[in-house]
Design a protein around this ligand. Sequence first.
Ligand SMILES: [Zn+2]
Length: 124
Amino acid sequence: MASVASTGLGQIPIEQCPVCLRQSRGFGFRDPTLPGAPYFEACCLAHLDTAIHHWRTGQVLEPMKYERVALDLASDKAGEYLESLGKTDLATLTQEEWRGLLALIYATTSEAVGRLVAENAVPF
Ligand SMILES: [Zn+2]
């Protein structure tokens, strides 16, 4: 059974990024000045920063730059897809068209976030 950490973001298996739930990649941090501070491991430095910021401030997690970029890409692709169908009213989509739209958005955002996270190199 995987060990879990209480991160303030819930009980998260230690090997999972608490922001995106992807496999952590060794980006870890524990605040040495605070006894009992949780240990965070994340997939990238950006998500580690987000998790620590959330834990310290209690602020709700906001979509980060990777997710914003990915959503912008997905938005563009979704618009192109709907334009190719000649439909702008989502209520008129067939089930197949709706699933195609969802799959396109999911695939585009997943690929983009994964690629951007992978490009986030260790700075040393
Ligand atoms: Zn992550």
